[in-house]
Design a protein around this ligand. Structure first.
Ligand code: GLA
Length: 736
């Protein structure tokens, strides 16, 4: 492959080049690793950007002698530590055996190799030898006898750079890691906005853009999971950056547990941006010979605004994070039993639902919560993963056969990490749940979290899960996770500060084993909706239920926010009944379907309660989705409006070669005497024509992109449009 990583032995700079960007670091005269540049592709050494001045109270490292202008505090650091005079937020905090907190990392060696590094026990971007290169920079602190291996993966065609770090104790001292972040980016100058994605259950990943001011803005999750509250993804951009122009950067964590993200502007107007493991409740002991692996962060940079940045991330997630058979093929259109029946169903009723699914052209019936143990509500049964044959009216195997006979695939719900106190499992193994001895546990949905940092617990639940999966032809598993971790205590260790990290390793171990044993199984992640929607989960589950909120209008905002970092092929989205069960809103069936098509697509309702007319509409919708699914899931995605500010939400998917596009738009706020909404398209082939199959109209692509396409005004609340556009030769049509 063309060399994307270049070491200039004279300047001692490493340049990491992608198709459109350059990232540069330098080993300086003291062996300190400085960050020089990240931005549009650029050649040459960038150390001219550094300035030095006596910064008064900023300390000077000992080897700098009388050079008071040399201070860690004012220089852009690649992996800043605590205790050496950089008073900004550290990326790495080491507690030495004597209790002191200090770590001075200096360059030892480096290696550049083809291919992308992998991380033991953790998900990471993968690529073959031709698609990526790896840079490993080895830093050491001689006093602690500690090695830090900074890892960089460069995927030049994707404009992606990944970062991680492996920490090793080379001596015999008892060291303790108090904070280990995965990525740190220092900007010498610049006026930035920070974009974060905040929310709550049923209202995840709301877009928030704010000015980076002096002080630190911190987001994160203390919940043991990436959380509904903040997604482990952030963007940084210049003031004038828009969807289609300007420079912007992203950081995305390939990890599903707690995290912290920070953006800090210091007194010298420099900006520090960081992402990594949550350091609260984290205290990781590292004895001689042991090592610790920091989860990966995906970095990207675009000079073409947010849409290009998102497309870079989408391509990376689609082809270099998601794996397995389902990565490249269309997912089944499914009918999920949850909003149709909740816990209250019989096998007969499910078969009735399956008849509907088959009649309407869907591919799969998913039996959601309620099929196992004693589980008629959410107060009992979790942990008892054996089939309730009484409820099902027979064995699971024969039930699945009946579903398959209808021409449908079968899927099932699990929540492997949880246990109810009212369960056989808890009665037998109360110490397998997180409960702090001598304290009452905090309940959440009346359930507790199993201690997945213990191998025997993971092994047992894995065996139970396999027993169910081996009962019949199960082709889909919904992996749910419905509470946060609060009472962190493991009976297996004296080091409670390592448990949350080890828990996530246990989770990944389980998921990896599941993927290996059932390579054809489609797993959909879920966590009370979208409470664990992250690149870590996507390594094991190529789609994730985006939100428990299935209201089409709320979903527009949720899916908009999610789309900044994650492709449509990863977003679980279903059509549900109206009035919506969570907010009571009534939206047209057509609108609900168009919104769900910006995802994996399915239904979550009982179609028998609908009119014949509605059922035949659904049949058509399923057929339309199947026709456009390859375009929706493989095309380039563009956001065409701001759903928080505009009276409509529109988005577009354009095929790679520009030959076709699918425009979707929903009017979210109707006005009297309305003005037309001109939807400006993007990403079409320039200087040509596109034909609208639905309206039978032809448009100039340049006019569509510079002025826009007016949406019709109709007297219908929440009207929606979906138009398929085909690139057309002028000779083939009559254009007046
Ligand atoms: C969570 C999920 C729902 C459903 C229920 C079942 O809330 O997000 O989709 O599966 O659990 O209890």
């Amino acid at each position: 492959m063309a060399d994307s990583i270049f070491f200039d032995s004279e300047a001692k700079t490493f340049s990491l080049n992608t198709a459109h960007t350059t990232y540069q670091l330098q080993i300086d005269r003291y062996g300190v690793l400085l960050h020089l540049y990240y931005g549009a592709k650029a050649v040459g050494r960038m150390d001219f950007l550094l300035t030095y001045a006596d910064r008064g109270t900023s300390g000077n490292i000992y080897d700098a002698g009388n050079h008071r202008e040399y201070s860690y505090d004012a220089l852009p650091q690649e992996y800043p530590t605590s205790g050496m005079g950089d008073f900004r937020s550290p990326a790495f905090v080491l507690e030495n055996e004597d209790g002191s907190v200090a770590c001075d990392l200096r360059y030892q060696s480096h290696e550049i190799r083809d291919g992308k590094y992998a991380l033991p026990g953790l998900p990471a971007v993968y690529a073959d030898e031709k698609e990526a290169q790896t840079l490993e920079v080895v830093l050491t602190d001689d006093a602690a006898r500690l090695t830090v291996r900074l890892l960089y993966g460069v995927l030049p065609e994707n404009d992606i750079i990944t970062r991680s770090a492996i920490i090793e104790n080379d001596g015999d001292k008892k060291l303790r890691l108090k904070k280990v972040l995965s990525a740190n980016l220092d900007f010498l100058t610049g006026k930035f906005d920070l974009v974060t994605f905040y929310g709550r259950h049923a209202m995840e990943r709301k877009f928030q853009r704010e000015t980076v001011t002096h002080g630190a803005k911190v987001i994160g999750s203390r919940r043991g999971a990436s959380s509904h509250q903040y997604n482990p993804m952030m963007l940084l951009c210049e003031k004038n950056t828009t969807e289609h122009a300007g420079i912007c950067y992203s950081m995305q964590f390939v990890y599903s547990g707690g995290f912290t993200g920070l953006c800090e502007k210091d007194g010298y107007d420099q900006t520090r941006w960081q992402l990594g493991l949550m350091d609260e409740k984290f205290s990781y002991p590292l004895s001689g010979g042991e090592s610790f692996v920091a989860p990966e962060v995906i970095l990207s940079c675009s000079t073409g605004g947010f849409s290009t940045l998102s497309q870079q991330l989408h391509a990376c997630i689609k082809k270099h994070v998601c794996r397995g058979k389902w990565r490249d093929i269309e997912r089944p259109v499914l009918l999920n039993s949850w909003e149709a029946f909740y816990f209250s169903f019989t096998g007969e009723e499910l078969l009735g639902l399956a008849d509907q699914a088959a009649e309407l052209g869907m591919d799969m019936l998913v039996m959601d919560d309620g099929w196992f143990g004693k589980r008629d509500d959410d107060n009992s049964g979790l942990g008892d993963w054996y089939v309730n044959e009484e409820k099902l009216g027979g064995s699971l195997g024969s039930f699945i056969e009946k579903i398959n006979e209808k021409g449908l695939k079968f899927g099932i719900w699990f929540e492997p990490e949880m246990v109810n106190e009212d369960s056989d499992l808890y009665r037998k193994h109360p110490d397998w749940a997180f409960v702090i001895p001598g304290r009452n546990p905090v309940r959440c949905r009346n359930q507790l979290v199993l201690d997945f940092s213990r191998k025997e617990v993971v092994d047992y639940i894995f065996e139970q899960t396999c027993k169910v999966l081996d009962c019949g032809n199960i082709e889909y598993l919904k992996w749910d996770y419905n509470r946060s971790i609060i009472d962190v205590f493991s009976h297996e260790t004296d080091e409670q500060g390592r448990v949350l990290y080890d828990y996530i390793l246990g989770l990944y171990d389980f998921l990896e084993r599941l993927n290996q044993r059932y390579p054809d199984l489609l797993i959909e992640g879920c966590s009370g909706g979208g409470g664990r929607f992250d690149a870590g989960m996507l390594y094991y589950t190529p789609q994730i239920w985006t939100s428990d909120n299935t209201d089409a209008i709320d979903r527009l905002r949720i899916q908009y926010g999610t789309s900044f970092g994650y492709p449509l092929s990863t977003m679980g989205a279903h059509v549900s009944a109206v009035p919506n069960e969570m907010n009571g809103r009534v939206t047209p069936l057509n609108t609900r379907s168009i919104v769900a098509m910006a995802g994996t697509y399915g239904y979550e309702m009982d179609p028998r309660l609908l009119s014949d007319e509605e059922r035949s509409e659904i049949k058509k919708q399923v057929a339309v989705f199947k026709k456009y699914a390859p375009l929706i899931h493989n095309g380039n995605y563009y956001r065409l409006s701001d759903p928080f500010a505009d009276d409509y939400t529109a988005w577009l998917v354009v095929s790679e070669d520009g030959s076709e596009a699918l425009l979707s738009a929903v009017i979210t706020n109707e006005r009297c005497n309305p003005l037309p909404h001109y939807v400006k398209l993007a990403g079409l082939a320039p200087n040509c024509y596109y034909y609208n199959d639905t309206l039978g109209q032809t448009y100039s692509s340049d006019a569509l992109m510079s002025v826009g396409l007016p949406l019709p005004n109709v007297m219908n609340q929440y009207a929606a449009y979906q138009w398929h556009l085909t690139k057309t030769n002028l000779d083939d049509i009559t254009v007046k």
